[in-house]
Design a binder for this molecule. Structure first.
Ligand code: AMP
Ligand code: MG
Length: 494
């Protein structure tokens, strides 16, 4: 046991040496705690309080800044490769180290990683550091995703380093403690494949199976079943992203976790007005990672994974190709089936009826054509009657095409065997009332960074912990932003 009660194991570093480099995080000048996730700390079974019951800030600052290395630990950075915007590159944790794999009382294993902890052998030209605002952004959005019930890496703490990082200007630096089921990515398999040694590939496969899909252990066609299991998790994840309007923004293969968690909150954003083609990232000029492209890109990434696993699927390359192709091609049809079912539930429909797909598509087409807010529309459908105010964003629901659609939907609801009250209950599970509105996230981050004022940030964080319920004083998160507030651009290189 150590001071924070981390129960660290180091299974990853039993893999061949090429997969990681052992190194300590670089120390920082003046660590100070900005955010700490007490609920997560509690769930992990950490000891974070002093004898008098207050939070032990200094201990947390020392350990989660990397200034103090706990006894018996051997932090490491992971090597991986990846396709970035379609092009292969060799990468690795360029600004992160895993402190260890924490084992909870329930025997669950989580990587505890410091992000922004200094240069590593994989830093290439980078400084190994991170700025405060993007780390707070990851903290807020990842915790919001968790509260939405979407698999994600978690955020335990943000610690300001007391040092500047230099991007276009000098910015306050910070370190995020990220907690993940693992950091094994599609890119980890690309890295293993590049070693040109089937033993190494096999070892990573067996390790990943043990860690995430133990039910597959001992199967003959392990690579094929593993591919399928990863695909199944990705279908679920894409369905969740499409359900709440999440745009990841940089779905490179190195940012796709094999356990199906959302990972790497760089240029992500939440869609306001419904638009299949919406892109927020400044560098995604051709819309490769646009909202509606995400399932296609997931399939593309899984195709890369399948290629890497192919040597383990059959001795003959042609046979392996046929097996892999068949599996990968099943991804989109499976996604579409589940997408329909998810969208039906967003409309309170439990049974499957013939015209449902058209009903859904008609609503989405209307929203897209008229630039109508995705989250707010479903919020309105959950109210007893349609909005009746003179607000610009409410007036759109008086549109004759919408009224026509609304009447058709009400008719369709009558075909369900259960009451409208039950339909509403179903809708309330699938439709968040609030999402992190981009312009408000930005405002909160600017206040935190420029004025050291975390009031709005913490307020939003608290509201977003209950995204499916209507809370007091959260109208600002419910209302669709004004058109000028919807012009939102996100940046990489954070
Ligand atoms: P990302 O776009 O965050 O997925 O990062 C892509 C790659 O760049 C990863 O290998 C990161 O570790 C690396 N990277 C990002 N920022 C930095 C930085 N400031 N210093 C060193 N490496 C970085
Ligand atoms: Mg990444």
């Amino acid at each position: 046991m150590n001071e924070l009660n981390f129960k660290f194991d180091f299974s990853y570093t039993k893999l061949p040496r090429v997969f990681f480099s052992c190194l300590k995080p670089q120390t920082v000048k003046k660590p100070s705690l900005v955010m700490f996730n007490q609920n997560l700390a509690h769930d992990l079974g950490l000891f974070t309080q002093t004898e008098t019951g207050t939070i032990d800030q200094e201990k947390i600052e020392q350990i989660l800044s990397g200034n103090k290395i706990l006894a018996d630990t051997q932090p490491y950075a992971q090597a991986y490769a990846g396709h970035q915007f379609g092009y292969p590159t060799v990468l690795g944790d360029g600004r992160a180290v895993v402190l260890g794999e924490h084992i909870t009382k329930e025997s669950k294993r989580f990587d505890v990683q410091l992000k922004g902890s200094g240069r590593t052998p994989y830093s290439r030209g980078g400084d190994g550091r991170a700025a405060l605002a993007p780390m707070l952004r990851e903290y807020l959005i990842s915790e919001a995703m968790h509260a939405l019930g979407i698999p994600t890496t978690r955020s335990l703490a943000v610690i300001a380093t007391g040092e500047d990082v230099y991007r276009e200007t000098a910015l306050p630096g910070a370190i995020l403690t990220r907690v993940a089921q693992s950091h094994i990515r599609v890119g980890s398999f690309e890295f293993a494949y590049l070693q040109n040694d089937i033993q190494i590939l096999q070892q990573l496969l067996e390790y990943s199976v043990c860690r995430h899909f133990p039910e597959l252990k001992g199967e003959n066609n392990l690579a094929e079943l593993f591919l399928q299991a990863v695909m199944d998790r990705q279908v679920d994840l894409m369905i969740d992203w499409m359900r709440v309007g999440f745009v990841h923004g940089v779905m490179n293969t190195d940012n796709m976790s094999i356990c199906g968690e959302t990972i790497d909150y760089g240029p992500c954003a939440f869609m306001d007005a419904f638009d299949m083609g919406v892109v927020f990232s400044s560098i995604d000029r051709h819309g490769r990672y646009a909202f509606g492209q995400q399932p296609n890109i997931a399939q593309w990434n899984l195709g890369v994974l399948a290629q890497c696993l192919a040597p383990l699927m059959a001795n003959d390359a042609k046979d392996a190709y046929v097996i892999a192709k068949e599996r990968v091609e099943s991804f989109l049809p499976n996604f579409e089936k589940q997408w329909l079912s998810m969208m039906q539930k967003k409309l309170g429909l439990k049974s499957q009826q013939k015209g449902d797909l058209d009903l859904i598509k008609n609503l989405l087409t209307w929203m897209q054509k008229n630039k109508v807010d995705y989250t707010y529309t479903f919020y309105c459908l959950m109210q007893e009657s349609l909005p009746n105010s003179d607000n610009e964003y409410d007036l759109i629901y008086k549109h004759k095409d919408f009224i026509h659609w609304y009447q058709q939907w009400k008719q369709r609801l009558k075909l369900e065997k259960y009451s409208e009250k039950n339909a509403l209950k179903l809708m309330q599970k699938y439709n968040p009332v609030i999402i992190p509105r981009n312009y408000l996230v930005e405002e909160a981050l600017q206040k935190a960074q420029n004025d050291h004022d975390l009031t709005l940030f913490k307020e939003m964080h608290a509201h977003l912990s209950k995204p499916y319920s209507e809370q007091k004083n959260c109208e600002y998160l419910i209302q669709p932003p004004k058109p000028e507030d919807q012009e939102y651009i996100t940046y990489c290189g954070t």
